[in-house]
Write a protein that binds this ligand. Structure first.
Ligand code: ADP
Ligand code: MG
Length: 388
């Protein structure tokens, strides 16, 4: 799950990390009221969307008066914004963050993530801020510093100091960095996060470090024990089909092809997408209905696939281990009857109660093409989609 910048900064503050004063606003008048509470004569009005790259897209603007704050908030609020990070999708700007404007001397980069190779929570830092970290990694890999934290020992003070000095910070800034890193490490662990990114972490002209942007991504598998985080979810920033899927506990990811897939098990779902591609087709989605799928879940899954008009054929590929083939068949029949199906449906069933399942589909009177195995099913689905 992703968070807005203002939510990330609130979490940072909760963990003892100093953030510049900022107040979220949902109308231009609220933005002015916010600016009045923030001392100084320079403000930054920032579009709150679940993506970075807002600066380049015109979503981060400096204001020198309350009137300017009003005008900027008015042009941003209620519109939609795409950035180089949104893959062509436009996200709604429902709120803006009004921040204290700061004088920046230099921009740094700091992130925390789980590094699978070293199996450790890892800090990544670079003194080359103001630039995409991916670009730094390619063009100047020596400028990127990584620090693996030993899971048992935890983050050590000397490690923070090492990182500060590696980035060329002075002693005072290194102390400030240590406070930030200690807070981030605690936050990361206690809230089961997957990624925290400060880009930029700035050195101000007065020599102090300041957290100017914050991005947080949490691990959905741990959502059940973080009700406070779940309450911060903003579904308006998410793909509507994926939101619907999550309500039924389905693993669904929208893709850009035209063959809808309904599969049980993430491994089989990946394999199904591969075999579709091998046969010259392209999947419209990844969908794992899970091992414990019931009839209702299967019905909802089928409805989700059918809700896209991009889908020209559906390939159901089920290996019934825990999940029973007759129950899958029941779900398919219920969904097709409820929604009405206008595209060819190719079904490969194997495993527990497969004969009952196949018989139910045969007797349903619905136009369903049976397939012998994954290759046969993928071939038939690709042929059906390209004939459409
Ligand atoms: P994004 O990453 O989405 O582009 P940022 O929050 O990083 O958004 O803002 C983009 C740029 O705007 C930053 O790199 C920084 O130069 C500037 N900026 C952001 N916040 C402030 C602030 N409070 N004061 C001054 N400049 C800021
Ligand atoms: Mg940024």
């Amino acid at each position: 799950m992703n968070f807005h910048e203002y939510q990330a900064k609130q979490l940072f503050a909760d963990y003892g990390i100093a953030v510049p004063k900022g107040i979220v606003a949902r109308t231009p008048d609220e933005a002015v009221a916010a600016a009045k509470q923030i001392p100084g004569d320079l403000w930054v009005v920032k579009a709150q969307i679940h993506a970075g790259g807002r600066g380049k897209a015109g979503g981060v603007k400096l204001a020198k008066s309350h009137d300017e704050v009003h005008a900027i908030a008015k042009t941003l609020l209620g519109t939609k914004m795409a950035t180089y990070q949104t893959a062509g999708v436009e996200l709604p700007i429902d709120s803006v963050l009004v921040c204290e404007g700061t004088d920046i001397d230099k921009e740094l980069y700091l992130s925390v993530l789980v590094d699978r190779d070293s199996r450790a929570i890892t800090f990544i830092a670079s003194a080359e801020g103001g630039m995409d970290i991916e670009q730094v990694a390619q063009e100047k890999p020596e400028a990127i510093h990584t620090l693996n934290v030993d899971f048992v020992e935890g983050l050590q003070a000397y490690q923070c100091r090492d990182l500060g000095f590696a980035m060329g910070l002075n002693a005072k800034q290194t102390n400030q960095l240590s406070v930030i890193m200690t807070g981030l490490y605690k936050l990361f662990n206690e809230k089961d996060l997957a990624l925290v990114e400060l880009n930029p972490l700035a050195i101000l002209t007065d020599g102090n470090l300041a957290v100017l942007d914050g991005k947080i991504n949490s691990d959905d598998n741990a959502s059940f024990r973080h009700k406070d985080l779940v309450e911060m979810r903003d579904v308006r920033q998410e793909d509507p089909t994926e939101v619907k899927a999550s309500q039924y506990d389905l693993n669904y990811v929208t893709m850009d092809g035209n063959i809808g897939c309904m599969v049980n098990g993430a491994g089989l779902a990946m394999a199904t997408m591969d075999v579709i591609s091998l046969n010259g087709g392209s999947p419209a989605n990844f969908l794992d209905v899970g091992g414990g799928a019931n009839k209702e879940k299967v019905t909802e899954a089928f409805k989700l696939i059918l809700s896209s008009d991009k889908v020209k054929a559906i390939f159901v590929n089920i290996f019934g281990g825990i999940v029973r083939c007759d129950m899958i068949a029941e779900g398919i029949i219920a969904a097709v009857k409820e929604v009405g199906v206008k595209v060819p449906v190719i079904v490969r069933l194997e495993g527990t109660n497969v004969e009952e399942g196949k018989a139910m589909l045969r007797d349903s009177g619905l136009a369903i093409t049976p397939a012998d195995d994954i290759n046969d099913g993928a071939k038939k689905a690709v042929a059906a989609a390209s004939a459409a």
